[in-house]
Design a protein around this ligand. Structure first.
Ligand SMILES: [Zn+2]
Length: 185
């Protein structure tokens, strides 16, 4: 049943639905064992499911690689432990929020017009992933899309990555060459 569902979009020349279904199942019964079928099911089920109702979680899902999207999701899940304590108006558009989580208090500034922000925890500056304090503040202000500065080029899944190839000369190490190749060029 599951096989048919996932292969429905493929082109099956002149075959009736029942024939098609039988052919697919016959192929999988013959060539794919039960363990492999379970693994494929698991793989297909992981379709980057959203964990939260934060609109910007989808923003990251659409552009980030799997490992980096998972890091964003981890921060999203930690928002649960963040409690807002105080709010201070710094100037016309900028406010500061004092937040508490299970470790200590943190200060997040937020520009209500440009939606720019920063956290004194400096998680984004160190790891390139928004911290749960920033996420909490964006959620409090019902911001749907975080500023582009938080979407780093290096974590995007659609960029061309350069790969380094080291050609080692076993008999004369001085001839070892370092080549930079672009695998997608
Ligand atoms: Zn923070």
């Amino acid at each position: 049943m599951w096989v048919t569902a996932y292969m429905r979009h493929l082109f099956w020349v002149g075959m009736k639905t029942t024939q098609r279904s039988e052919s697919i199942h016959s192929f999988f019964d013959n060539y794919v064992n039960k363990t492999t079928q379970r693994s494929i099911c698991k793989l297909l089920e992981y379709t980057r499911t959203l964990l939260t109702a934060f609109p910007f979680e989808a923003q990251f899902r659409d552009v980030y690689t799997d490992p980096k999207f998972k890091e964003v999701q981890l921060q999203c899940s930690r928002v649960l432990y963040v409690t807002p304590l105080e709010k201070r108006v710094v100037c016309d558009n900028v406010v500061e929020h004092l937040l508490e989580d299970i470790r200590r208090t943190y200060c997040v500034w937020f520009d209500t017009v440009s939606h720019d922000s920063g956290c004194d925890f400096k998680h984004f500056e160190c790891y390139g992933i928004m911290c749960h304090h920033l996420i909490k503040v964006y959620y409090m202000y019902k911001v749907e899309h975080v500023p582009s500065k938080f979407i780093l080029q290096r974590w995007r899944k659609d960029i061309q990555r350069k790969h380094i190839v080291v050609k080692v000369a076993y008999h004369d190490l001085s001839k070892t060459a370092r080549l930079s190749l672009n695998a997608f060029a």
